[in-house]
Structure formats: C-alpha cells, structure tokens
Write a protein that binds this ligand. Sequence first.
Ligand code: RIB
Ligand code: CA
Length: 315
Amino acid sequence: MNKHPIPILLDGDPGHDDAIAWVLANASPMLDIRGVTSVCGNQTIEKTTYNALRIMALVGLNAPMAMGRTKPLIGEPIIAPTVHGNSGLDGPVLPEPAQKPLSIDASQLMAQVLEQSDEPVTIVPTGPLTNVASLLLSRPDLKPKIARISLMGGGIAFGNWTPAAEFNILVDPEAADIVFKSGVPITMAGLDVTEQALVFPEDFARIRAVGNHVAIVVADWLAFFYQFHRSMGYPGAPVHDAVAVAALIAPEILQKTDMYVQIELAGDFCRGATLGDRFGVLKKPANATVLTGIDRQAFVDLLVDAIKTYGEVAK
Ligand code: RIB
Ligand code: CA
C-alpha cells in the first residue's frame, strides 16, 4: 500500500547534482514537493534561480518557487564555476522557465508552506544553509512544523573546498551553525557518504539509453559534471545532492550513525569544518544522523528507475 507521501521543500543552488536530486525527488510518489527555493552557492542567486526554474520546467514540477538571499549571512559569496560552469548548469540546452519566482523571498515561502501544511514538512537543502537559517531566525515558532532537515553538506572525515570544509558549509558556516544548533532533526549527507555515491561513465550510458527527454539531459549533466571530477582523479561523478533525497525514499540503501556535530566558525585553516564527536567524548546529545555509507549500485538503480518515469520512448 502506498504510504502517505512526505511533504517536502527543495532548497538548492543548481548545480548539476542539485538538478539530479530534484529529478529524483519529483519522480518519487513518496514525496510531495510543496515548494522550491534557490540559494546562492554554486553560482550567483540570479543564476541558481534561473537554473531552478529551468529544471522545474524540464521535469514538469509545478510548485511555488522563491529566490533566496543574495549572499551568505556573513561574508561574501563563494561560487564554483570550475565545477558547474559559468551558468551554474553548463551542458545541455534546457527549456526556458515556465513560471516566475514569487515576490516573497525563500525563507518567507518556506514559512508559508510550513504554516499552511496540516503536518510537519521535511526540508531538503542541497546548497549553503542560508535560507534555512533565515527561516529559523525569523520564525522559530515554526520549528515544530519542520519534520526533518535532510541536507547535503559537511564531511566528518574531510572537506572538498578546503582540506577541512565542504563547499555548502564553507559558503555559510554561521547558517550551518544555526541549523545544527536548532534542535530540528537532521540527516546529514556529507562527503563521507556522497563521495561513495559515484555514477560511472557506464552508468551515464545506461541512463542515456532510457531515451526520454529527461534521460538525455541527465546523461549530459553527468558528462559535464564528471569533467571536473575526472580531472581530480575520481572514477565517476559523485552525485552529492541526490543522497539527501535518497535518504528519504530509500533509507535502506544507506548506513548511518547518530552523533553530535559542531561547526567551526573561526580558525585560520578550519572555518566551515563539520566536527563529528564519533565517540561521544563531549557528552553532548547527538544532533544529527550522519550518513556513512551507501549501496552504490542501488543508488544508481534508484536514479535510473526515477528517470524511466519521465516517459518510455517507443523503440
Ligand atoms: O560539496 C558538494 C556540494 O557543493 C553540492 O551540493 C554541490 O552542488 C555544491 O553545492
Ligand atoms: Ca548543491
């Protein structure tokens, strides 16, 4: 029997892996997407907003959309054109947006969705946590309406943008600190698990062979996204953000452990680090379920099955 779909909010900085995460989420009958918000991260807020709207048009995602803040809570934006290109979503031609962002900002849309929902909503951030922190700061009364935050960010064992810090957390460490101290249940898909969520070139071909319009675009996104990672020695493309969605629709393919995670805000070398207290030495209650492993083949199968839902192509 189909379980009651989980109401969710998507918040991201598309970004190739955000886009694939949204393709996965939109295809799942287990999820009910109540709203989409953009955040500045991989590219400027203008570009991630335009990309978000184009992804929504591509997959036929009809939900309210709002634009996030132009910069992190403190400091200046960091963008990642070497990874995602100057558009933030380089590669295949995409449809033009089918809607405009609302006139309210991302945290206001999040608040509206939470207020209007008759049950708690899960937030799925796959970029810097600026918008989620803004929501928590402006509407702490709505915390009970947030079921969980299933985020891509951080890395207990290592970083990627600096040796200590993962990109999403590094862009806005203050926002991450607010989120991890909020008391809202958190599932953390950090680099510890997302760098195992590798999609290999032979998987790109399997996806392309599905043949529908989404399959072709996703295969092209993967091919572009892999260029940077291949240059860094990866055997495939780590589709980081889709793990935050997989944690909701296929938790059985993931290994996890609860721990207390704190965010380094100062430090010459470690700003933005997510420090996990693996052995409980700090005697603080766990504030996150940290994902530590994934069944890679099952993850790829999940992506392929989702992409098939966008239409069978007559052979
Ligand atoms: O470190 C990986 C994360 O940074 C992913 O969310 C990617 O999209 C970028 O935002
Ligand atoms: Ca992202």
